[in-house]
Ligand binder design. Structure first.
Ligand code: DAH
Length: 344
């Protein structure tokens, strides 16, 4: 063995190691190949034993040659390892590809419930006419809900409103009218308020819900007459249902108003020809109203000789059902998206 032979055999090993490593795609395969050449029992190491056979002056050159072979194989190994890492990264990036030029998906936006929409519209309408918004509790005392509104104890008029009682004095308010009392006890006339809110009655069918919404109106001042009531309601109907909508006051009874009137509008579905919605009458009832009863003023410490006033109360569900032609009140409370999506 001479130096030339030694160099040739190492170069041959180097070449075959590099050839084997080329195109390897798994780390463990590359490592195995490297060990087969450079490991303690590897082929390059095996050649090193031949070194001893060389004359002393050639040993340094032989060392240099073997080092360069080891380096070349090591380099080829590192190259394969980094190619594998790069290929893995490329595959990962390709699988997680995000096309930022695609149009975005439209998020589902909040829209308010048809009942809330209707309530807001009605409040805005009355606010425009100068009514301030007043509020009262939903858990109410018998006194405010009935007594002070001129429903004496055991009076049959209480039967008009099937009441959820809590105890002897407490109940769930059956209407927003108690806010009239609370307002007149807290403020001296002139008073001009609406009171929107939830009310409760023992009632459950396609047109009645145990919980529903009313808007109460109250205007008290010197010299208020029924003409003011009619003018106010006429303007309200113009704005809510259109200027051509016929309107009539129909005599009625409420304990807290005298005289009392129910207000009808000409049926908006059949132009008063008669249809199912108006029960062939051509008229739709939309609210109750009247002139504040002197007894109500007395409960609030207001002099009925000096002041007069009008009041009205309307059902928000009823208005919403008319406006949107909803035939069953329960649709307003079931929160079925297919129903709600129709009110954008
Ligand atoms: N509170 C009555 C009800 O719930 C509605 C009502 C009628 C309110 C006449 C009024 C009114 O203020 O004047 O049936």
């Amino acid at each position: 063995m001479d130096l030339q032979n030694f160099e040739q055999s190492l170069l041959a090993l180097q070449q075959s190691a590099i050839d084997e490593l080329k195109g390897v795609s798994r780390r463990e395969d590359a490592l195995q190949i490297k060990n087969r050449y450079l490991g303690k029992k590897g082929q390059v190491q095996a050649q090193m034993s031949v070194l001893r056979e060389l004359p002393n002056e050639q040993r340094r050159d032989a060392g240099r040659i073997s080092n360069s072979t080891k380096q070349a194989i090591e380099q080829a190994f590192q190259k394969v390892m980094s190619d594998i890492a790069q290929a893995e990264l490329d595959a990962k990036l390709a699988s997680e590809a995000l096309d930022v030029t695609l149009p975005a998906r439209k998020p589902k936006l909040h829209r308010s419930h048809p009942l809330v929409q209707t309530e807001q519209e009605l409040i805005a309408l009355f606010a425009e006419m100068g009514f301030a918004v007043a509020q009262g509790p939903e858990i109410e005392k018998d006194y405010y809900n009935f007594e002070a509104l001129n429903f004496p104890a055991d009076h049959p008029a209480r039967d008009m409103q099937d009441t959820f009682m809590i105890d002897q004095q407490g109940l769930l308010r059956t209407h927003t009218s108690p806010v009239q009392i609370r307002t007149m006890l807290a403020y001296k006339p002139p008073v001009q308020i609406i009171a929107p809110g939830r009310v409760y009655r023992v009632d459950d069918d396609p047109t009645h819900s145990p919980v529903f919404h009313q808007i109460e109106g109250l205007l008290v001042d010197v010299g208020v007459t029924m003409a003011d009531l009619k003018g106010t309601l006429r303007h309200f109907i113009d704005r809510c249902f259109g200027k051509q909508t016929p309107m009539r006051l129909r005599p009625s009874f409420f304990p807290f108003t005298e005289p009392s009137a129910e207000v009808d509008i000409g049926c908006i579905f059949c132009a008063q020809k008669g249809c199912r919605v108006c029960s062939q009458t051509g008229w739709l009832e939309i609210l109750g109203s009247g002139m504040v009863d002197p007894n109500v003023f007395k409960s609030c410490g207001i002099d009925p000789e000096r002041y007069t006033g009008f009041a009205f109360g309307l059902g928000v569900e009823r208005i919403a059902m008319l406006k949107y032609q909803i035939s069953d009140i329960r649709l307003l409370f079931q929160n079925d998206v297919r129903f709600l999506e129709q009110f954008s």
